[in-house]
Ligand binder design. Structure first.
Ligand SMILES: [Zn+2]
Length: 285
């Protein structure tokens, strides 16, 4: 009896019941949509890649970010090799800070003078992917240019000190005064000719420079060092001679401006390796 009444009741109101159900369903759908619309959206910053060689590499190979990002050597038709002779000194760390900030590599030709005091700085050079290279241990012309034996003993001394600090034995070399120096004539005729040919035979790679910042000459201001470099850089290979010995404060001051000028004018930066185009002076002795 009761079942019959219910059936009858439902049959009578079939259409309105369906309409009510449809309405309720629509209301649920609509309110979920409204809630969704009003709830705060998670914010994603739009990342615009800097237009640079590395950024593209990082984007496609995220695992390589760390390796690719430390002072990449980028060799182009306008390449600058920043080189610093006669360090390390207390100024070397300041130079490393600038290089890190600008993300550019450099090459350091070391002597032994203060190397024990600045072992950590030498370690940092290597860790930050610069070239740690050989100048000589003593840098005393009368000693290193008096005989081949003295030169190579002296060179070996700084090489072993660097090996103890970094675990690497460098093969990149710069002669004190460069290979064109004439001071060596005073101590031994023809010594530079012989030293350079032995270096090449022994699989060492010596580098002079073709841009002189002139920071070794007297009291240069940061402005004069800046213009000495920026007036002379050109298409092709630019190996720039600078010094990071303790008196070269103005070199440190000029450095960021030199780097920024070069970047703005389309130069790239690289560190010296054995594959770098050899810049050799004319040998005068
Ligand atoms: Zn020197």
């Amino acid at each position: 009896m009761l079942k019959k009444n219910i059936k009858k009741y439902i049959g009578q109101y079939k259409i309105p019941i369906i309409i009510i159900f449809c309405l309720i369903f629509n209301i649920i759908i609509l309110s979920t949509y409204i809630i969704k619309l009003n709830s705060p959206k998670p914010k994603f910053k739009e990342i615009k890649p800097r237009i640079s060689f590395n950024q593209k590499l990082n984007y496609y190979k995220p695992k390589q970010i760390k390796i690719q990002n430390i002072n990449p050597s980028i060799i182009s038709n306008k390449t600058i090799y920043l080189t610093f002779d006669d360090g390390p000194s207390y100024l070397t760390e300041k130079i490393l800070n600038i290089l890190k900030q600008e993300n550019v590599p450099a090459t350091f030709f070391l002597t032994s003078r203060q190397i024990d005091k600045y072992k950590d700085v030498v370690k940092r050079m290597q860790a930050e992917n610069h070239t740690v290279a050989l100048h000589t241990s003593t840098h005393i012309y009368s000693y290193v240019y008096s005989s081949e034996d003295n030169y190579f003993n002296d060179l070996n001394q700084i090489r072993m000190q660097i090996y103890q600090i970094t675990g690497q034995k460098p093969r990149i070399v710069r002669l004190p005064g460069g290979s064109s120096n004439t001071i060596s004539k005073k101590y031994n005729q023809g010594i530079v000719t012989r030293i350079t040919s032995i270096l090449t035979e022994k699989d060492f790679y010596y580098f002079d420079w073709n841009i002189d910042s002139e920071d070794a000459n007297g009291n240069q201001t940061k402005e004069s060092i800046y213009s000495n470099v920026t007036n002379k850089i050109h298409n092709g290979t630019n190996i720039i001679l600078m010094h990071d010995s303790a008196t070269k404060q103005t070199t440190v001051e000029a450095l960021p401006y030199i780097i920024q000028y070069a970047k703005a004018n389309g130069y790239t930066f690289a560190k010296i390796t054995k594959n770098t185009p050899a810049i050799h002076h004319h040998i005068n002795n």
